[in-house]
Write a protein that binds this ligand. Sequence first.
Ligand SMILES: *[C@@H]1O[C@H](CO)[C@@H](O)[C@H](O)[C@H]1NC(C)=O
Length: 336
Amino acid sequence: MRAWGSNAFLLLFVFARTVYGFGGGCECKATGDPHYHTCDGVTLQYQGACAYNLASTCSHGSKDDRFIGFRILIKNKHPINQEDVSYARAVKVDFGKRTIYMDTAGNFKVDGQVIHDGDLPYESKRIIVNKHSEGGMERLVFMTDLGFKVTLDITRNERGDVIADIPPWYKNAGLCGLCGNWNDNPHDDYATKDGTIVENLSQPIRDALIADSLHQHDPELDLQECEETLANSPYTANTCTDDQLQQAQKMCDLDNRKPLKKSFKSCRPVLEEDGINYGGYIGACEYAYCSGIGHGKSTANLGACTVLKSLSDQCTEHGSKAKKKWKKKLKCFHLF
Ligand SMILES: *[C@@H]1O[C@H](CO)[C@@H](O)[C@H](O)[C@H]1NC(C)=O
């Protein structure tokens, strides 16, 4: 049933645009292979192939949302034979009580119901979905009456680009995800999900830490072969001196260092059985340590600790919680 005629919808859209001036909104983008442009102007880049929280109200799913709660999940995948890049393949938007799914094959679903091309533009209770083809571009668009808009550009087939237009009233309202918190401070966009600021680590490890922490399970989007970046990149710790490298190796020795070995003892086989490259975290941890050492030992430590925390989160996700001992023993205080 169409609750709204398209004219009414358009009028309200124009009205909202006039009153609120969408110029003050955030245009957050995941484009290219992919580059993420946050609301506060930071660019992040990583090549994980999982589902991630692109942007959401932090209180999404609870009753605390001041405005209509939302969450935009993006599913990334490697193109065939190109493990070193990933592209958006699908987007799922929860907006209030509505759920909109769209993918690079050109499919739409609204609240689980398939929307056929013949039914476009599809309008229902203050939302609209539509396909636009012009000038060789092909785009799927989801829009609400008050200027919230998510575009999936499928011009390049399986190499989707995503643009989220978020209206101005969400600024400083508590946003989470790869688009950042939108508080006019670019520095704290370099933060993992739990709020650890990793801005002074070097780019690949910094962005991988942020993105992996924002990996989100979703039955509709999750891939069997979800591949996180941290465990799967061939990191080499080339910014350490020999002495520093020894410290890194000691800090990150998941195989032999007692508190680590013990804490992850029961989790390790579970991860390995699920195809997670446990050993990959050793390299990532050493790399993170060395990538922070230029800013001093505490930044180096923070890098290593954050990678280990990410491993520990993996354990929790895979149903085998790691023991907490390592945090205290390795002085990972910021993670308590
Ligand atoms: C990063 O480094 C800069 C310059 O050394 C410093 O001002 C800033 O506080 C550091 N950020 C963090 C989170 O440690």
